[in-house]
Ligand binder design. Structure first.
Ligand code: KMH
Ligand code: ZN
Length: 297
């Protein structure tokens, strides 16, 4: 067998979706003052991260006291501001914080994001529990179909793949017809951030899956990124998941993590894709006003 003739069964996408998750809900501003929490900081972060190679932003919003909020006014203001200043696909978290009530998490879709996260099961989350009971998952999924919001299925464990299979069998394909997953690895209580775990999940993904990314929490960020690229996946990075660039080197801006991810994608010869390519990949509804087009009065 001549090695040049060896083919991969599924060709990886020629470019890499880099998603930035800049803030999260679990780190406090007091502990990490450079965490973007105000609207101005979120917008500046989104603009810088798009320039560094991000095509989608996964947003958690904070209130005026820098506390996580699911208040519709804050959410809508952030969606509008990021849309007005970038071309990024805007994904709102429906996971919120571990303390958020399930009905409040459903209301996130009222802010009309392009995409929403949708976690496929309950997970121990450090000392807390990230609650995602099956009836809630089903309700949120059907709401995303009704509201024409493209879900990103968050998989924290191998069992979440089984739940995704069940969801697709019960309710059919998401709005837009694409099945995009994100492996969230290395959460204390979820699957480990290892290449072995990544391969096990990827091999079990439903055949309807059209794209997937992976993110590794904390020090698993780099091994998960390498494993994802090696397996043909996309990348999520950001201060929601990783606060250190290396031992003793804190992240000072999300763009550092995005820029590093874009460099890895270049090395893998699958450079970071543009927001326009990401819209096509995920088939999000056209809600976005291009940045060069003035808003109508
Ligand atoms: N903050 C975590 C408990 C998501 O955004 O959908 C949940 C989370 C997942 O971050
Ligand atoms: Zn999140």
């Amino acid at each position: 067998m001549v090695w040049q003739h060896v083919r991969m069964t599924v060709a990886p996408h020629p470019t890499t979706l880099v998603t930035v998750a800049p803030t999260g809900a679990e780190t406090s501003k007091a502990d990490v003052p450079v965490l973007p929490t105000t609207l101005d900081e979120i917008v500046e972060t989104a603009v810088s991260c798009q320039a560094a190679g991000a095509a989608m932003v996964h947003l958690h919003i904070r209130d005026s006291e820098h506390r996580p909020t699911l208040d519709l006014g804050y959410l809508s203001a952030a969606v509008s501001a990021v849309r007005a200043t970038t071309d990024l696909v805007v994904q709102l978290s429906t996971g919120g914080s571990v303390h958020d009530a399930l009905p409040d998490r459903l209301k996130v879709l009222d802010a009309e994001p392009d995409s929403c996260s949708l976690t496929m099961g309950t997970t121990n989350f450090g000392d807390d529990v990230f609650l995602n009971p099956w009836p809630f998952v089903c309700e949120l999924y059907q709401l995303s179909q009704d509201r024409e919001v493209v879900p990103e299925f968050e998989l924290f464990d191998l069992g979440h793949v089984t739940a995704l299979r069940r969801l697709l069998d019960t309710y059919g394909l998401p709005f837009g017809g694409r099945v995009h997953c994100d492996l969230v690895m290395g959460v204390p209580g979820g699957m480990p951030g290892t290449a072995d775990a990544l391969v096990a999940v990827v091999q079990a993904l439903p055949s309807e899956t059209t794209s997937w990314s992976a993110t590794g929490i904390g020090r698993t960020s780099l091994p998960v990124a390498f494993a994802s690229l090696a397996k043909g996946g996309h990348l999520r990075v950001g201060m929601e998941d990783t606060l250190m660039l290396a031992r003793g080197v804190p992240v000072t801006h999300n763009a550092e993590l995005v820029s590093r991810a874009a460099t890895l994608a270049d090395l893998a010869q699958r450079p970071a894709m543009s927001p326009a390519e990401a819209r096509e990949l995920l088939n999000v509804k056209s809600r976005h006003l291009p940045t060069d087009m003035p808003a109508a009065d």
